[in-house]
Design a protein around this ligand. Structure first.
Ligand code: AMP
Ligand code: ZN
Ligand code: FE
Ligand code: FE
Length: 284
């Protein structure tokens, strides 16, 4: 056995890696919940949180696929909010997916996503792109429609080489087909998660342009920080660790994987299972 094989076994079986930020085809990920479970098992990952944007349908599918396996599925959600003109995402862990209040709020947000997509499509049509909302729904369903779906459709139709290019040219803020999103505040997102018995955690704070007003968001009930994330460098991670300690917040982490196959990030950060134990301590 080579050193790298021993190291791999050590990582997989003893450290027990988890990944608490994953998107599936239920929102804008490329991998189904079932494929996510399969890949997580192959990678010896101990727990995965399904955190789709504004939708929870992937959770049950993943739980069913992971039944009688070593893999634990943590129910989650990622809610997009706007704070001081900047997008801030709030993750919710161990939400009760049956919660009526949460589901009706999410339904409302998804309706607004569809309206936004329709308005983006109108702008694209005015720019002479041959695309319709039916194209998007036929290809990707109408669960939680997002800009990545529109970008992928334009790539499929041969207008662009990749989705990054579509964002740069059309869909990013300031782009020719940009449409503002329906705005809810991070405080509202925190309230929705707490009302459904969940644990609110700020997603990838290292990528925001403005410094988070930590005192204020903690006052509103924030309970954790996503310290480990694929877009956080070591310096950012260390700064966030200090903030988590200062405000007595939970430390979480995940890859925010949207991809599949060679573009999959699942399990590429070693996050110890202890994070899941801590989440469970807070829950009880
Ligand atoms: P939406 O929820 O419709 O506002 O779309 C946001 C999603 O688009 C994010 O979760 C990312 O997955 C993706 N995204 C945002 N900016 C870019 C970009 N510049 N290139 C590719 N994907 C992006
Ligand atoms: Zn996304
Ligand atoms: Fe996010
Ligand atoms: Fe995400």
């Amino acid at each position: 056995m080579t050193f790298s094989e021993i190291d791999y076994q050590f990582k997989g079986m003893i450290i027990l890696t988890v990944d608490l930020h994953i998107h599936t085809t239920c929102s804008d990920g490329l991998r189904t919940p079932e494929e996510t479970v399969k890949e997580a098992l192959e990678k010896n990952i101990r727990a995965v949180a399904i955190t789709d944007h504004d939708i929870t349908t992937g959770i049950d599918l993943a739980i069913r696929a992971a039944k009688n396996t070593q893999l634990e599925i943590i129910p989650g959600v990622e809610i997009n909010s706007v704070w001081d003109n900047e997008e801030v995402h709030i993750l919710g862990y161990y939400i009760d997916v049956e919660s009526n209040s949460l589901q009706s709020e999410l339904e409302h947000i998804r309706q607004a996503r569809q309206t936004r997509a329709e308005n983006i499509i109108k702008k694209l049509q005015a720019l002479n792109y041959d695309i319709s909302i039916e194209d998007i729904i036929n290809l990707y369903g109408n669960g939680a429609i997002g800009r990545p779906h529109i970008a992928r459709a334009l790539v499929r139709k041969g207008y662009y080489m990749n989705t990054g290019e579509v964002f740069d040219r059309l869909l990013a803020r300031g782009g020719k087909a940009y449409v503002e999103r329906y705005k809810i505040s991070p405080f509202k997102a925190i309230e929705m998660i707490k009302d459904a018995g969940g644990i609110p955690v700020i997603a990838h704070p290292g990528i925001y342009k403005q410094e988070v007003n930590w005192r204020q968001i903690v006052e509103y009930g924030l309970m954790g920080i996503e310290v480990f994330h694929t877009k956080h460098d070591t310096k950012t991670t260390n700064e966030l660790l200090k903030i988590a300690n200062k405000f007595n917040l939970l430390i979480t982490g995940g890859t925010d994987c949207h991809g599949i196959g060679s573009s999959s990030l699942l399990g590429t950060i070693d996050i110890p299972y202890e994070v899941v134990l801590r989440l469970n301590e807070i829950r009880s």
